[in-house]
Ligand binder design. Structure first.
Ligand code: AMP
Length: 299
């Protein structure tokens, strides 16, 4: 495994590989790797000749009141796990190489438009502009054939897919299913912030979404009923959680789902456990009257 911190060095290295007709898969992360990230790496490994893992805690996607400073970092451990996952190139850019004039002097941004106005958007102003901008920079630096993102951060995955399409990046965006703890809690770098009590309650997000999946299996098609049931379940099982939203939305436009579900639908939740904001979701599609769960293109 090669570790590179300068975009110039990365470009030279990858140009050589591209000339050998090797395909390149990119997995962008903020590090503190867990099983979710490793699953993205496995997919990238399966589908590409060269796997590039980027580890960069991107300052521009954190609001001033968020956890940028205390976000968990452990590059030594990340190096070890990357090596075990057969990463070819570990890209660990400095803040200066991603933002040559400093993050606060960045003037040109990628604007995700209305897609950033729903779900997590209102609670995290500027977050998706920061994400879209750093992902666009990574796409330019790596020029991957495919890039791998998690279903857990579904709104981010929707925005990145549109970004690739609308800005003509020749990259296939692949969305990989959410990896969970044994009890169902979605793996997240932020889970380390949870107290024992919060951790016990946090599994309610998965419980509520599983309940909604069962209702869908039984024929429920009213998004408002599903939202209400999810809300009720979380309020009951996780009384200390502060629910930010429970929303059933169209997977591609992120607009509220229509009264009778018939299209790919994202059912997403966000809740605060203490000061830790957790998100989770399920995605449902309807094929010839049957319900199918998961991101449509990942099958
Ligand atoms: P992060 O380091 O949190 O920015 O995440 C980097 C990538 O890993 C993003 O595409 C996330 O959606 C993805 N990811 C995070 N948690 C999970 C998970 N539990 N399962 C699958 N992918 C995940």
């Amino acid at each position: 495994m090669r570790e590179v911190t300068e975009p110039e060095e990365l470009r030279n290295l990858l140009t050589g590989r591209r000339c050998e007709d090797k395909s390149i898969g990119l997995v962008p992360t903020m590090g503190h790797l867990h099983e979710g990230h490793l699953h993205l790496l496995d997919e990238a490994r399966r589908e590409n000749d060269i796997v590039v893992l980027s580890v960069f805690v991107n300052p521009t996607q954190f609001s001033p009141n968020e956890d940028f400073e205390r976000y968990p970092r452990d590059l030594e451990r990340d190096r070890r796990l990357a090596n075990q996952s057969k990463v070819d190139i570990l890209f660990t850019p400095t803040e200066n190489s991603m933002y040559p004039r400093g993050p606060s002097s960045q003037e040109v941004w990628v604007d995700p438009g209305a897609l950033a106005e729903y779900l997590c958007g209102p609670s995290r102003p500027g977050h998706f502009e920061g994400v879209a901008t750093v992902v666009a920079k990574l796409f330019v630096m790596v020029q991957p054939d495919a890039a791998y993102f998690g279903q857990k951060d579904a709104q981010q995955s929707v925005i990145v897919s549109k970004l690739a399409c609308d800005l003509n990046f020749a990259v296939r965006v692949r969305v990989v299913p959410t990896v969970r703890e044994g009890d169902g809690l979605a793996r997240s770098s932020r889970n380390v912030y949870l107290s024992a009590d919060e951790r016990r309650e946090a599994v309610a997000l998965f419980g509520a979404l599983s309940g909604a999946e069962s209702l869908l299996g039984l024929g429920e098609r009213d998004p408002r009923v599903l939202e209400k049931e999810i809300w009720k379940y979380i309020a009951e099982k996780a009384p200390s959680a502060r629910i930010d939203y429970v929303s059933a939305v169209d997977l591609y436009s992120l607009l509220p789902a229509e009264a009778q579900l018939a299209r790919p639908t994202l059912i997403a939740v966000a809740a605060l456990f203490g000061s830790t904001r957790l998100i989770d979701n399920t995605i449902v599609d309807f094929i010839s009257g049957e319900v199918r769960f998961g991101w449509p293109s990942t099958g």
